[in-house]
Design a binder for this molecule. Structure first.
Ligand SMILES: [Zn+2]
Length: 279
């Protein structure tokens, strides 16, 4: 596993240097020194991000595999390289959350198979209605908006879109964010029910690469411990489903000026991004 990471790092570094050389030379010398430095920095940032992702996922797979071999249960049939949980493991996690499935076809906007999964996007419902009320609201709204999961204040979870399908939860983001977040392919999304909101918010790629989680919450309130613990379990479940750890962001990171998640969540978000639990 270590050799694989080192190889990946070397390849990425070579590619980054090559990209910068091409950028610097291809411009026929017309580029300012400042812009070349900027490109080098951004290429280096991209490499650092990929190396971090690769290491995190290798660690995760190693952790999963050692847990599977010490418990004596073969994790799945697809081999040791994959950290994906078995159907039985997932079913057990669903029962423990607890998670109820209520899939709605009208919220399904296209294919998002595992190779496209990159982010978990956290949201607030900004209302006091429970998951069932939220789902009815989305149905009545007629714009086919939905998140994959809704977490109630009491910690119960309802899923209304399968994880390998696109749901419209993140909407339009800042122009340039498709590229910044590496989510540029919007072609799998049917975009049914969407209407553009302006040239500075033109990017719609996040939905095609993410799983959305809504927490029932209104700004100004504390998040109940039961709800935060349910989000911990749900993130562990999503990680287990894919066999790797997606980056965790909140809605306002994708769209500047968006209000969710609320102020009260800031510390928890930092913890989730750092070590995948709220505390
Ligand atoms: Zn949101």
């Amino acid at each position: 596993m270590k050799r694989k990471i080192l190889t990946t790092i070397s390849i990425l570094l070579i590619l980054a240097v090559a990209a910068v050389m091409t950028a610097a030379c291809g411009s026929g010398g017309s580029k300012s020194e400042g812009s070349v430095v900027k490109e080098m920095k951004s290429a280096a940032g991209e490499v650092a991000r990929k190396v971090k992702d690769e290491k995190r996922n290798a660690d995760y797979r190693a952790k999963k595999n050692s847990a599977a071999s010490s418990s004596g249960s073969g994790s799945n049939s697809s081999g040791a390289a994959s950290g994906e949980a078995s159907q039985e493991e997932l079913a057990k996690m669903e029962e423990e959350m607890p998670l109820r499935k209520d899939f709605r076809d009208e919220f399904d906007h296209g294919d998002k198979s595992a190779e496209y999964q990159k982010y978990i996007v956290l949201h607030d419902t900004e209302g006091s209605g429970d998951a069932d009320t939220v789902i009815s609201g989305w149905v009545n709204d007629g714009r086919y908006i939905a998140s994959h999961f809704i977490v109630n204040k009491d910690g119960t979870v309802v899923q209304c879109v399968p994880m390998d399908r696109i749901a419209h939860h993140a909407g339009f983001g800042d122009t340039g964010h498709n590229e910044q977040y590496g989510v540029s392919d919007e072609s799998r999304d049917d975009k049914r029910g969407t209407s553009p909101i302006g040239s500075d918010m033109a990017d719609y790629g996040m939905n095609s690469y993410s799983v959305g989680i809504e927490m029932v919450h209104i700004g100004g309130e504390e998040y109940p411990e039961a709800q935060l613990e349910a989000v911990d379990r749900l993130i562990a479940y999503i990680d287990a489903y894919y066999g790797n750890e997606s980056d965790i962001i909140d809605h306002k990171m994708w769209r500047t000026g968006n209000s969710d998640t609320s102020q009260e969540f800031a510390g928890y978000l930092e913890n989730y991004r750092d070590h995948r639990t709220h505390d």
